[in-house]
Write a protein that binds this ligand. Structure first.
Ligand SMILES: Nc1ncnc2c1ncn2[C@@H]1O[C@H](COP(=O)(O)OP(=O)(O)OP(=O)(O)O)[C@@H](O)[C@H]1O
Ligand SMILES: [Zn+2]
Length: 828
């Protein structure tokens, strides 16, 4: 009975509760009770340790503090407060909430995408020992020491194992400390392959920091005079230069590594492997050593005027017009004002080229947020952005989630790029659109840049929802390249030397090479040949998990599935009729590379696609080699298209234009125009006029003439009419829904029930169920439907809630409960 009276007593005083976001797929935000000892530590944006279920623990983020006891459920207490101040601002949480609502995912899923892994902890988290960090054990308390010692021996531990080691469930604060002290890292599969560059620094064992002890050591030195010499050189260097690099020490003392190792063995010198910032810490200085052209200057002024009037402005500047220089000028102004800016780029365009350019002119004011950088660096940047120390962040879509304190300017370069949209997993958000929403929240100005804007953005600009500024000439008054078509109906492929290029194309390539200029060959397909087909019965080998045709890769001499990565041995005979007459149809980048090597044996050929950059040549190395003219012919996929700036490209060749122009999607024309105009735009950017050669059969395709005139407006005017006629975006909104199940019938039934449910309410909006072109991936059968409807707030909200109800409805059928639904809002 006395327990009851205790509760009664407490209910008179007010209880404090917190709503907490945890990095999980959970439909509803959960609520915890805050024990009184934590009352002073809690705030919105602070991480707390919470338990879900019997044993799983998470570091969640406080979203709301309140006094409303949730009805009908037992509320558990939070276990710990992990931060002494919020790790993000309330505006960030508003952005999370918007993304979750708009893109129909949970805030937990947004949290997973938004936070660097070092800020996310859960029972499943694995922490690893940081091999590059010398642990100064004196700075650790007993618990931290125990864990760091265990980590050093075992190199990785699950959080549950750490709980055992400490014989306590309260381990999150200890782990947080160890992360802050850089002794442990949170393990992430993705980063395994990335090896940060390290340099070896030397320290004196701290017992010799005491002058007397050091003197005794030196004076009583007997054997190994070379070691003593080295030690003295070290002491000298340390006094004169501060941090001592091992390489510098050995050079100065002219000593061998063995002598050095002797001093380490005696525990006199200590070795510290320090991760080198790939980017040197540049001074925060400007170096604006260029002048804008008259056209650029005018554009700059118009952008500033437009900022007074519109929340977002489109800079529509042709390829090579120098949009980057205009961005740099604007960034300079915002930095000088003391406020922050965010420069977003598609991941793949985030190369050392653009990084170099920004840092050349804006120095240490620019920081980079890149998935290639290690996790400690990302955590450090997180804090520097929050404190306002960092003024400009250059990054891909996830940089939007950084905790800016006074963000006033967002650049979204190559705004048309589909990789701003995250495909898988959820949140399936478009960082461009989320950035525009966020800018509205914090009152920042947005500049969208592109030579080939998306239809949606150009529509917004021409209907005065956004401002529009044009930059219609290339810098240095260079002309845009000439586009020539090579008609494959008339020009047979060169049967002798090449099954890929027509003789006319080869002649044109040769003429360009003879002038000492470089060439880019664009083919949007990896591998050797996209598919193999039986000449007798037309059988095509397919992936048994994914129902897509397999691609032959010569380097592995195997057939590859580009969807699930499975490989298959090469077929010698047809799997259907047994005939041995198998043909390779079409060609991928690998085949082109090989072909060029045969036709141009004297020239250096290289390939840039996701296969080639995994190996010894990284994306950046290839770009650098091409810049330095060490490569004559560069074959590549989309990767060669994105915003690259080379000075000596004489020609761009597109060997298979038809495959770009014919594709089963309502955005085919937009994609084709963007792709061809962008890849063409890599030619003739400096000095001399560039050429583009497109091999194709469909030479009368209406896009070709518009491309030849580089007439975006003509393309837009035709395309926008078609969109209106067929009620596609930007005139309508689309949500795609897919069902997946390892049983084909179940998947179809699930989608059918789903569609019927939505149809009851919105009969005219549902298109489906349908089987997508690729209808089996990783042994899951896929069915889909498209919901297409008016851009009307009420309808959109209605449809979204109907989708949620319909999913629940389907999953209520016992035999369908394992169906996976994915919802893609504004799919690309
Ligand atoms: N004002 C200027 N002074 C000196 N060089 C300039 C200036 N403007 C542009 N350039 C040079 O012209 C080239 C093209 O500029 P930039 O790369 O900014 O074009 P862009 O508009 O971004 O093109 P794309 O859309 O094709 O990526 C670059 O090498 C750039 O350094
Ligand atoms: Zn497959």
């Amino acid at each position: 009975m006395h327990t009851n009276s205790a509760v009664l007593f407490n209910e008179n005083t007010s209880f404090t509760y917190v709503d907490v976001i945890v990095p999980l797929y959970l439909k509803n935000t959960l609520t915890w009770f805050v024990p009184s000892q934590f009352h002073n530590g809690i705030a919105v944006g602070v991480r707390v340790e919470v338990q879900i279920g019997k044993s799983r623990r998470y570091a969640g983020i406080i979203k709301k503090i309140h006094q409303d006891k949730p009805a009908n459920i037992e509320v558990k207490p939070i276990l710990n407060v992990l931060d002494d101040r919020p790790i993000l601002h309330e505006d960030q949480l508003k952005l999370w909430a918007w993304i979750s609502k708009y893109y129909m995912c949970t805030e937990g899923e947004v949290m997973i995408a938004a936070l660097p892994s070092h800020l996310k902890l859960s029972s499943e988290t694995v922490v690893v020992f940081n091999p590059d960090h010398e642990v100064d054990t004196q700075t650790l308390n007993e618990k931290e020491y125990l864990v760091s010692e265990a980590l050093e021996i075992r190199s990785e531990l699950k959080i549950s194992e750490i709980q055992k080691i400490l014989d306590s469930n309260h381990v999150y604060p200890v782990i947080k400390q160890l992360i802050d002290k850089r002794i442990c890292l949170v393990f992430e599969q993705m980063n395994e392959t990335y090896k940060a560059k390290t340099e070896t620094y030397i320290h004196l064992n701290s017992i010799y920091h005491n002058e007397e002890v050091l003197e005794t050591l030196v004076n009583s030195w007997s054997k190994a005079p070379k070691q003593l010499d080295l030690l003295l050189s070290f002491l000298h260097l340390q006094r004169t230069q501060g941090d001592v690099l091992k390489s510098a020490l050995l050079k100065k003392a002219n000593a061998s590594p063995a002598v050095f190792d002797g001093l380490v063995a005696k525990d006199i010198l200590k070795v510290e492997k320090r991760q080198v910032d790939r980017l040197p810490n540049l001074p925060k200085e400007f170096n604006i050593n260029f002048r804008l052209s008259v056209a650029q200057e005018t554009a700059l002024m118009q952008i500033q005027e437009s900022f007074q009037q519109f929340p977002a402005t489109l800079l529509h500047g042709v390829t090579g017009s120098g949009k980057t220089m205009v961005y740099i000028k604007l960034l300079e102004q915002f930095i000088k004002k003391g406020v922050q800016s965010l420069f977003l780029l598609p991941e793949i365009a985030l190369t050392s080229q653009i990084i170099r350019k920004l840092r050349d002119h804006l120095g240490g004011h620019v920081a980079i947020y890149h998935s290639k950088f290690n996790m400690s660096e990302r955590l450090e940047l997180w804090h520097k952005v929050k404190s306002g120390e960092v003024k400009v962040v250059l990054g891909a879509r996830s940089a939007l989630f950084l905790p800016f304190s006074k963000l006033e300017f967002i650049i979204i370069d190559e705004e048309h790029d589909a990789s701003y949209k995250q495909q898988d997993p959820a949140p399936r958000y478009n960082a461009r659109d989320a950035a525009i929403f966020y800018a509205g929240l914090v009152n920042a100005k947005v500049l969208l840049g592109s030579a080939t804007p998306s239809l949606e953005t150009y529509y917004n600009a021409t209907t005065h929802k956004y401002g529009l500024v044009k930059l219609s000439e290339r810098f240095g008054n260079l002309e845009l390249p000439d586009i020539t078509t090579i008609d494959l109906k008339l020009e047979a492929l060169d049967a002798g030397q090449s099954q890929i290029f027509a003789p006319l194309t080869i002649d044109s390539i040769r003429a360009t090479l003879d002038k000492g200029r470089q060439i880019i060959i664009f083919q949007n397909r990896r591998g050797y040949s996209p598919y193999i087909i039986c000449n007798t019965c037309s059988w095509i080998p397919k992936c048994t998990n994914c129902d897509v045709s397999l691609n032959y890769h010569k380097s592995s001499n195997k057939l590859h599935c580009h969807y699930c990565g499975s490989t298959y041995p090469l077929y010698k005979t047809c799997g259907n009729c047994g005939n041995q007459d198998l043909l390779q149809k079409n060609f991928g980048t690998e085949h082109i590379e090989e072909n060029l090597e045969t036709v141009f044996p004297e020239q250096k050929v290289a390939r840039m696609d996701t296969d080639s950059i995994k190996g010894k040549h990284s994306h950046d190395t290839l770009i650098k080699q091409f810049e330095e003219h060490k490569i004559d012919l560069l074959v590549g996929t989309q990767m060669v298209v994105k915003g690259l700036d080379f000075d000596n490209v004489g020609a761009v060749v597109i060997p298979d234009g038809d495959s770009i122009l014919h594709f089963n999607d309502f955005r085919v024309n937009e994609r084709a125009f963007q792709l061809i105009e962008q890849v063409s735009g890599r030619a003739g950017r400096k000095n001399e006029h560039g050429q583009v050669f497109i091999q194709l059969r469909d030479t009368n395709h209406p896009l070709i003439e518009k491309l030849q005139k580089h007439d975006y407006d003509a393309f837009y005017n035709t395309e926008i009419q078609e969109r209106q006629m067929f009620f596609y975006p930007p005139f309508s909104r689309i949500i795609n829904v897919q069902s997946r199940h390892n049983d084909a019938f179940a998947s179809k039934e699930a989608m059918t029930i789903f569609c019927n449910f939505i149809r009851q309410q919105y009969p005219q909006f549902v298109f489906g169920p349908a089987q997508p072109v690729i209808n089996k991936v990783r042994n899951q059968y896929i069915f889909e439907c498209m919901l297409k409807f008016q851009k009307n707030r009420q309808i959109i909200d209605g449809i979204k809630s109907a989708i949620e109800t319909a999913v629940v409805e389907v999953l209520n059928h016992p035999h369908l409960k394992r169906t996976i639904f994915t919802v893609d809002v504004d799919p690309l």
